[in-house]
Every structure is written in C-alpha cells, then in structure tokens.
Design a protein. Structure first.
Length: 355
C-alpha cells in the first residue's frame, strides 16, 4: 500500500556540478522562509515501505506548519547516494539537514563535512556510530526488542521456538532490536529457542528464511519481524503452510512486528498477526523539523524529560537523542510480561489517522 503521493523532480545537469550530485533527485516544499533563512534539506532513506512513505507524507505538512522552506532527496537505502544528496544540499545553501542513514557507520565522513560547514544535522530513526549531530530523533529500539520478547514469551508460556527476522546488523536499529530481544529471552524465557535470521531489511529474503525455518522446525510458534518490511511475505508463508489461522486455533503462530503501519493494525484486528510496536512516523517528521528549526534559531538542549512525552538522553559526547514514545499495540490492550499495550483501534495511534 502506497501512502500519499510524493512528486519528485530531477534537476537538469549543470556544468558546475559534479557527476555524483547530478544523480540526486529532489523536490521543493513550502516557501515560507524569507531569503532562505529557513531553508532545510530532508533526505528520505527509502520509499518502498509503508512506514517511510508515511514519513514522506508527514514531512512537508510539518515543514509548512513550522514555516520552513524544504528541499528533499531520496537516497534509496544507498549511502553513496546519501553522500551525493548531502553535497546537493550544501550547494543549495540549506541551513540544516535531516537524514536517516541506514548504514550508521559509513555516514561519518558526511557528518564531518557538514560539521565543518556549520550545517546542523538531525538524524531520524537511526543514530550514527561515530560523529556529532545536533539531535537524534528516534524511539528506544532496545525497548522494541524487549517488548516483542515479553509479548511472545508470555504467549508461548516460556517454552517453544521462535524466529527473529532481523533487519540489517550494520544499522544501529537492527543491532539494538536483536541484542535486546536475545538478552530478554535468555534472562526471562530460557525455555524458548530463538532462530535469528539476518535479512538486510529485505522482505523476499525474510520470507525465504522463514519458509526454511518452518520446514525444518514445524513446531515454531512465534515470529518477531523487526520491521513491517517482512509483513506481506510472512503472512504468505504462514498461509502456504496452513498456519494463517486465528489466535484461538492451536496451529496459530504468534507474530509481532515493528512499525505500526495501518496494515499491521488491520491485521491485528483481524487476528492475522498479534502485536506491533508503533514507531511514530508522524513524530519523526515533526520533531526532525522541530530540531532543525531550533538549530537555526540557536537553541540548545540538555538531557531530561521533554514537553512532548519523551526523554532526551546523552548517548555520547556531542550526541543527544530524543527518545519518542513507541507503545506496544495488541488486539486487547492488555499487559504482557509487565509491558502495557494499547488496542489496535486506539485513535491516538498515527496508523489510525492517515485518512
């Protein structure tokens, strides 16, 4: 499902630009900032998932509300393209950049260049392994893994087998979710065996590995998808195996996802999957731009509670992270392993408010 319509315009080749810059695609948003004083760049990391398409939809809406001029690019999950897009933003004279680098190690040289040019950077959803940024806008990804573990551990009664469809371990998100899920299982549910499968955030790879695991271990009773990238493939594999049945059926395989996209919420209500963690696409867009505007205005922040139900932590010297709220979502809104949840039809969830 594609959410919203984003139109991209590729600028024509200019002799003064390098070949790498010419490959960047961009679009302009509102024109509220006089004289470019509020001009900011936002690089979208990809547009092939419902979650990121939702983020893309929200970004120009919040830019307009905040009175920011907006330039956008799409790096398509490619750090080389992200580097080229950053050069484009520099040439356009942006006053700040928001990006979501999927390779959190390889982005360091680009961050250093931005810092040298005194262009503040806000990273969204991911945190760079090294280097300084103005702010990281992210949810606690270790809590994602913990919440998934608690839910599955409770539903399986502490015994059985589960598959974890990991993201990309070159990403801080993939590492955080994986490490937290494994640590929680080892500590609290040692009777559950976890099959960890690296997928590089690729739905086809995830489906193939789940198929293999279910063939080798037909008694698997749980699946943890680290993102909704694996949703369609997981449901297809379960259907092929005759396992896509309601939660009260003894053949049911309990499935927990991460993202909170509308399709997940519908699938929870329908009994096809059981839970997700709602990663706030709307708040990612809102606060990425909020912090860019604050940077332009010369504001600074310290660790501690915010006025929007989150907490700023200091990750390391020069890096603060605003950890936004990301609740566990279930059909009944119950508490699992001490973790409270909200119902999948709760109107406060962004996935129920896209229109």
């Amino acid at each position: 499902m594609t959410l919203g319509r984003i139109r991209y315009a590729c600028f024509g080749a200019l002799a003064a630009l390098s070949v790498s810059v010419l490959t960047a695609c961009q679009s302009s948003g509102s024109s509220a900032g006089a004289g470019g004083e509020g001009l900011v760049g936002v690089d979208y990391p990809r547009s092939d998932t419902d979650f990121w398409n939702s983020y893309i939809k929200y970004t120009p809406e919040y830019a307009k509300k905040l009175g920011l001029d907006l330039k956008t690019t799409n790096s398509q999950n490619d750090v080389a393209k992200l580097t080229a897009n950053a050069q484009t933003f520099i040439s356009q004279g942006v006053k700040g950049v928001a990006m979501a680098p999927q390779d959190t190690a390889a982005i360091a040289p680009t961050l250093a260049q931005m810092a040298a040019k005194k262009i503040p950077v806000v990273t969204v959803d991911t945190r760079p392994d090294t280097g300084k940024v103005y702010m990281v806008v992210r949810a606690d990804n270790r809590a994602y893994g913990e919440k998934a573990c608690r839910y599955l551990g409770t539903k399986l009664g502490g015994k059985g087998k589960v598959v974890m469809l990991q993201g990309d371990l070159s990403s801080i998100n993939g590492r955080d979710r994986t490490e937290a899920f494994n640590a929680c299982m080892k500590k609290n549910y040692p009777g559950i065996r976890v099959f960890g499968e690296a997928t590089n955030w690729d739905g086809a790879v995830a489906a193939q590995k789940l198929q293999t695991d279910l063939t080798a271990h037909p008694d698997i009773k749980g699946v943890y998808m680290q993102s909704s990238f694996a949703l369609a493939g997981t449901l297809q594999v379960l259907k092929q195996k005759g396992l896509l049945v309601g939660p009260k059926d003894p053949e049911h395989v309990f499935v927990v996802s991460n993202d909170g996209i509308p399709e997940e919420l519908k699938d929870i209500a329908a009994g096809q999957i059981d839970a997700t963690v709602s990663q706030p696409a709307d708040l990612y867009a809102q606060y990425a731009l909020h912090y860019l505007k604050a940077a332009i205005d010369g504001k600074t922040f310290k660790p501690g509670p915010t006025d929007h139900d989150s907490t700023i932590i200091q990750v390391r010297d020069g890096v603060l992270e605003d950890q936004l709220n990301a609740p566990l979502v279930t059909a009944d809104g119950g508490t699992y392993g001490g973790v409270p949840s909200v119902r999948s039809d709760d109107p406060s969830l962004w996935g129920n408010n896209l229109g």
